[in-house]
Design a protein around this ligand. Structure first.
Ligand SMILES: Cc1cc2nc3c(=O)[nH]c(=O)nc-3n(C[C@H](O)[C@H](O)[C@H](O)COP(=O)(O)OP(=O)(O)OC[C@H]3O[C@@H](n4cnc5c(N)ncnc54)[C@H](O)[C@@H]3O)c2cc1C
Length: 366
């Protein structure tokens, strides 16, 4: 059955209600496992990790039954915290080792690496805007650790196509795989890929043990590289109507929360800043997804331009927005995003250091 990401808020809430966190814990590593497919909604700020966790606990699940599910939600908050503290466009912990190019092996965007489980996942990414977590890891490992590309250009390619594109989870995960945000590079061999992607075993260049993979040269199929350099085609700005007596609420690619200040009078603006999309381009599929999600917010209007330009046009005394690393140049009334725990903040060098503190807070708060 084709994977479809509906954009109606009630359908999204129904997805949250349908999560089986216990089955999730047992099967999530497999391509056909019981994952939630919620990331496109969490990344676009339609729902939050906190909201998902609360919903699951309200249905009666105990914390200790669903630890592996909570941990995955926590990974997302963790990467957001890293982005608040670090320039994640740069190698975070140390320079990536064994880099021979700053492009992308061309057969990765072509979906013709010859590794069936990965090629299928790339085609599915183009078709649906989604890729399973393990396939993301396999693809990143192929690009950075076997193809020896620096992580950033292929990461931008993947981000461009993912409906759940979130630069924090994306850049930090690519760097985790490539070893610049972890102690060692991540490798997957053919046997591992075939097992988790339910594809037949192949006698490919990945049919090797982990030491061999770490020391091998670039296979022929990954030698030719290309610079991924796509653009975002933004829509036209609407002719906006503002009531200057009302506050303005600013939505953007990372905040499409229909419950935020819901019911209060205000000007609701979806702000699309060309500079942000030049730095982090997205596909037209992702753009349409965002625009459709924004329809859950009554009377929202689209403004394409800078925050400064919007500010001088709307004339509101009060401009509200949600905190986010891409909004540091906004000025007005900044409000917090929803976190699993607002209290656990700052930079933790590892997820496990973060988790140890977060786990205690979760036990107190939920
Ligand atoms: C190379 C690479 C690139 C990635 N890029 C992105 C990205 O751009 N945007 C994005 O949202 N996630 C990214 N991830 C993390 C992860 O793959 C996705 O969040 C997950 O696959 C989303 O599918 P799901 O909602 O079905 O997740 P589920 O497994 O059902 O998990 C539930 C929720 O927990 C969070 N979560 C689960 N696993 C992770 C993880 N490893 N890291 C962070 N959060 C997690 C997500 O919010 C997810 O929606 C990336 C991972 C890798 C290895």
């Amino acid at each position: 059955m084709k994977l479809i990401f509906e954009t109606d808020y009630n359908q999204i809430l129904a997805r949250v209600e349908a999560i089986d966190p216990i089955k999730y814990g047992k099967t999530r590593n497999y391509l056909n496992g019981d994952v939630t497919y919620l990331s496109p909604y969490i990344s676009r700020g339609v729902i939050s990790t906190k909201q998902v966790l609360k919903s699951v606990l309200d249905r009666g699940f105990e914390l200790n039954q669903i630890e592996s599910f909570i941990k995955e939600l926590a990974w997302r908050d963790y990467f957001q915290r890293v982005w608040q503290e670090k320039d994640i466009d740069l190698d975070i912990k140390h320079p990536q080792e064994k880099v021979s190019n700053f492009e992308t092996p061309i057969e990765i965007p072509n979906g013709r690496t010859g590794i069936q489980g990965i090629d299928n996942a790339i085609k599915k990414l183009y078709d649906t805007g989604y890729m399973h977590n393990h396939c993301r890891m396999y693809t990143a490992s192929l690009a950075c650790n076997i193809g020896q590309s620096h992580w950033k250009n292929p990461a931008k390619w993947m981000y461009y196509h993912l409906l759940d594109g979130d630069w924090a989870s994306n850049a930090c995960s690519w760097q985790w795989v490539a070893g610049s945000n972890s102690g060692k590079k991540y490798f997957a061999n053919q046997e591992n890929i075939s097992r988790y992607t339910n594809t037949p075993f192949q006698n490919s260049f990945l049919n090797a043990d982990y030491e061999e993979l770490a020391s091998m040269g670039i296979p022929e199929v990954l030698k030719r590289t290309t610079k991924f350099d796509a653009q975002t085609v933004l829509p036209q700005s609407q002719a906006l109507t503002f009531n200057p007596e009302f506050p303005s609420f600013i939505y953007n690619y990372y905040n499409l929360d229909p419950l935020w200040h819901a019911g209060e009078p205000g000007n609701r603006i979806l702000l699309l800043e060309p500079e942000v999309f030049q730095q982090y381009p997205i596909s037209s599929k992702c753009l349409d997804f965002m625009l459709n999600l924004s329809k859950n917010i009554p009377d929202i209007q689209v403004f394409v331009g800078s925050f400064e330009a919007l500010k001088s046009e709307c004339q509101s005394e009060k401009i509200y927005f949600k905190e986010h690393p891409l909004n540091r140049h906004y000025n007005g009334i900044e409000e917090s995003r929803d976190w699993i725990s607002e209290k656990v903040k700052g930079y933790f060098p590892s997820f496990f250091a973060y988790w140890k503190v977060l786990e205690k807070e979760i036990k107190k708060a939920y």
